[in-house]
Every structure is written in C-alpha cells, then in structure tokens.
Design a protein around this ligand. Sequence first.
Ligand SMILES: [Zn+2]
Length: 510
Amino acid sequence: MPLRVTGACRRSGLLRLLALALLVHGGPLLEAGEIRIAFPDRPGEMEILDTFMLGATEYIKAADLARAFAIGSYVNRDVDKSILYFRDSEVKITAFSSFVVVDDRAFQMTQPSYFDGESYYVPALSFFNILAQTVLPGSRYDKARRVFVGPSARGSFNIHGATVDYKQNGTLIRVKTSQQFDIRNIVRYITDNGWLVVQVPGGRVDTLALSRSVLGGIIRGVKGRQLQNSAEIRFRLTDRVGLPEVYQVNRGAELHIALRNPVRNGNDRAAEIRKQWYLDTIVLDPGHGGMDGGTVGRDGLKEKTVTLDIARRLGRLIKQKTDMRVIYTRDEDVFVPLFQRTRIANEAGGKIFISIHANGVKNRAAQGFETWLLAPANTPEAIETARRENSVIALEESNHPYAEFSDESLILSTMAHSAWMRESEALGSIILEKFKSRLDSPSRGLKQADFLVLIGAAMPNILVEIGFLSNLQEEKKLGQSKYRQKIALGLLDAILEFKQTYEGALSADL
Ligand SMILES: [Zn+2]
C-alpha cells in the first residue's frame, strides 16, 4: 500500500511524524505477502492479514488484526495512538514507538510501529509475541506455515471468574481455575492504596470472566492482567487486612484466597492491637467426651475422663493464680465435634488453645509425653489422604480421629495456622520443658502432623499427649490425682512463660 498523505493529513504534527518515519525507516512500506490467522475453535476458518515490508521487517496493520479477531479498535489522533480492545484489556500502539502498552504494562517490539497518516502498522512477529504473552494466551506463530494460531475461546485460560464468600472470621475469595498451580510460587502483596495483588505463575487469566466476578463485602473490584509468565489478579479492598492465605482445592478447580477480618481501628491503634493480642483468654480442650471415649487403658481408665480432670485442674489453677479467663470446649462428659470446639475457641476470643489427650498404642512399652503441632493441610486432597492414611503415615502410634474436619474449619485453620505456627511451636517446646522438670516420664518431643487439620483456632494452639494409657505404669500414674495435678501445674508453668515471652515480644514490636 502506497504512502498516502493528503486525505489523512489533518494535523501539522503529522508531517513531523512522517518526517520522523522517513528518518527512522528510510522509506515507505511495501506490500509483501500475507499471514493467515487460524482459530482452534473454528477449524477451517482463516483470516488473512496483508503484510508490508519496511526494511527487512514484516509489518501488519493493527486495524486488520482487530478485524480478524473481531475486536474493537480506535485511533486517537490527538495523542498519535491506536488502541486495540481485547476483551477488557487495552493494547496501545504509539506512532513510531517500539513500545506497546498492554493495560499499564509496557512491552518493547524489535522495531517501532509505523503510521502512514491513516493506519498503524506493527512488526508482525514481535507483536504476535506480545499478544501471546498478554491478551491472547496460548496463541502462537507458526513461522513455517506463516500462520498465527489464536487461542481457543476457553481452553487456553486456566484462571476464570471469582466469587466472594463471607465467613465468620473473614472473607474467602474463590477463583475458578482449571489447572493445578504450584502454590509455593504464588506471590501476594497489598499495595499502599489498597489493592490485594495475587500473581500466579503459569496462570493465564480470562480477564473478561474475571471482570464479571460476583463481588461484595470488603472486595470492591477485581482486575486481571496477563504478565509474561504469570497471571495477575488484583482485588480492590475496602478495609485493611493482613496478607491472605492462598491455596487450591478440588483438584485445581478453585483457587482460594482467604482474608482474615480486619483489625478495628481505635483511637490508639497500638493499644488496641496490644489489647487484642493480650493473652487474656485460655481455651482448654479436653479430648473426646460422651460417646467418644478416646483410648482406654488396660485397667479400663478412659482418656475422656483423664483429659477432662486435667483440664479442670488446670482451669482452677489459672483462675487462682492469674487474671486470665478460662474457656472450656467441654466441662462435662459430653461429645463435642471438633469444628464445634474450634468455634467455641474463636467465638470466646481465645488467645491460647490447648488440647489435652492421652495416647494409646499396640506397643505396650511406649511411654512418655509429647506435643503436636498441627500443620495446615494445603489441599482437601492432602486432608483426604490424611484422613485415609493418618494411622499409617503421621500418627502410627496414636489413634485419634485427628483428621475430622468440616469445610469451614478447613478454611479457618488454613488461615489461622500459618500465622500462629511459630507461636504454637514455641508453646509446644515450653510445655515439654515444664513437663520434663515435673513429671517422671520421658519426653517424646514436639511433633508435627504434616497434613492433618484438627483445629482452626485462630490463636497459638497445641495438642498435648500427656502419656500412654496403653502402658500399664503410665495408666496407673494417670489414674492418680497427684500426677494429674503435676501435669496441670506443668501446663500452667508453660502458659505463664509463654505469656511473658509473647507479650514481651509484642510490646517490643509496637
Ligand atoms: Zn485423644
């Protein structure tokens, strides 16, 4: 196509551009050949793009491309730009610039664009490349056949729309996905002006579907954009929250982004936070109860009885010796499901959660106490595996229904655990130390249930196995009120030391 100036030359600036064009390129575009565009969803259908040579580089017309993809385009003569509208993304081409801006991200082409006073031209290969990285994920250029294969309408995206759910203690964003991502590589941060940014390596986001997401609550808006090797999802937040937990469920069908409820802003924020995290409420969780007797000793001593008695003793000690509040998940011989125990703890505003259990195994020689750190499970599959195999994999010496959970407690626990893991670990170690100095029984150490979810308490939490009812000697000791009192005293020591350390660290932070 020859260079045309007359009809389109409406602005004096154009002459400058054309002069620049001649300077940069040394000559006008020459018609060359054609590149075809194929669509995986429409076999047999092809669109044809005329190509133009400028020096050694093959160019295509931006408007032809828009027509081929049936998308909108617009030429803004005031700023010498052409814009292509791919779904809700804008691809901006500036006259004689090698930079193409997709939404607000700049990409550089190997050669500058060209403007002949009417149409915008871009170097074909580098422009296809940018489209593949951004608005047309999954598309590719077949050099040999000279065909640009566009993405299929759905298949190429693996991140789709989102919905927002409200939970008792936070907000859960469910993003529809169609691929399992490596969760460890997901980047998330919150910008100063209130955007939560989540970048998913390997993600190809359907920005249109995402823009139609069902939002609400503290999520006021959502935006998606395609980065070179990852998808970026941005959520506009109306309130301050901490960094969310991100994990995938249902075999990669959903990406969950869990946000805990914001901390209320008081007059004195530091004091407010200090008060909020002040360790003033201890939740004691005596294992089992009612129809669930737990493990039973050779002489018939039941776990549910021992754990309740020790919890009560500990509760009395705390009330006598401290100004902390005590909440029991059960204070009588009743059955309380695990999720209910979590709920009690969270609703009471608990600051430490201690679950008390006794062990029972086939090996009658096994004895001693141990503490269990309850690691979050990353996916329901992991939990499912845990539920199926926990007796062999993680807890071969125990037989508690650890893996019991509800969807709700899963969400709560995933949010809560990583935040409290370090504190829980510290608490577990202190308990072992205190037991060592008070109990005539070996320490079996701090253990971690790799992918079990027991509780979703949003607070430091630990599970204590006080001894083995399957061991005759220990069963005898655990039957004695003196020994139980020692255990309660050991736990009290541990709580006090933990409280001191933790609150000290907290004041230092603020
Ligand atoms: Zn138990």
